[in-house]
Design a protein around this ligand. Sequence first.
Ligand code: MG
Length: 182
Amino acid sequence: MHAFLPRRMDVRTGHGFDAHRLELAPDPAEGDMASSGLWLCGVCVTSSLRALGHSDADVALHALTDALLGAVCAGDIGDHFPPQDPQWRGAASSLFVKHAMALIQSAGGRVNHADITIIAERPHVSSFKKKMTDHVASLLNVPTTYINIKATTTEGMGYTGRGEGIAAHAVATVIFGEKEHP
Ligand code: MG
């Protein structure tokens, strides 16, 4: 991946989208928490559902990772973490966000703000929003007042409405070039 070093202040917005299939979780006794619960923004919101995926399938952090990569023009999550690579099996998706943050920092950038929308008929995540916000703020190294997490349904329509899947959009604003590069 290329790195760019802007010479003047340069504010960029990245967008990410992700979707995963949802299913009833297996008995937690049969597997570890990462594969048996539903993870959103680094928080396990229910143990009765899980999103299918190679990592912990945290759809919100995958969308956020792609938003961050978009802001630094560094491709997408699959370029950096190929799903067929066994080392990412069951991985905590915070690791992907941290990788994107390292790319931003090495390009002289800092995150200013992120906004995440989770799309699902169930589960309801409102009671987890504070915990999610705290986790995302710490990953992005910003105050919690610069992170917004919201959730919506599609009123019974489509794959999210039927409960077959869960999706997320994320937008991140990143500021580059605040410091002069040599
Ligand atoms: Mg994904």
